[in-house]
Design a protein around this ligand. Structure first.
Ligand SMILES: [Zn+2]
Length: 127
């Protein structure tokens, strides 16, 4: 008799949490990144291969999506409400957009690598 529901040996939710924290999606201890955005070839703790990821433009796309949808209405509201000097407006929102982008980009990359690992995408498939 075949088993109707196969056991999920790589559950998505814990993998996503680990990826968001830029940790290995397998053990959650080893750091996923080498530097700011470079994904390690393998986890230094559990030796899980991570070089199979194909995050490509996904993290940048998600970062732009979130930052744009947060900042665009905020810029309009801030301008209508306070009518600041243009240089104040530019300074505040440039720093805000860059800071939020730098915060989100590695976290989205970790999450995307974790999704790919969890779903056996690309080279993460079972041998
Ligand atoms: Zn690991």
């Amino acid at each position: 008799m075949t088993q109707a529901i196969q056991e999920d040996d790589r559950p998505l939710k814990p993998a996503l949490k680990r990826g968001w924290r830029q940790r290995c999606p397998n053990c959650g201890v080893g750091p996923m990144m080498k530097g700011f955005l470079k994904v390690r070839d393998e986890c230094p703790v559990c030796k899980e291969a991570l070089h199979h990821h194909r995050a490509d433009d996904g993290p940048a796309y998600l970062t732009i999506l979130v930052v744009g949808h947060l900042m665009a209405p905020l810029i309009v509201w801030f301008f209508v409400e306070f009518r600041p000097e243009p240089m104040v407006m530019i300074s505040v929102f440039t720093v805000g957009c860059v800071a939020l982008s730098l915060f989100l980009l590695p976290r989205f990359k970790g999450a995307i690598v974790a999704i790919q690992w969890s779903k056996y995408m690309h080279g993460f498939r079972k041998a």
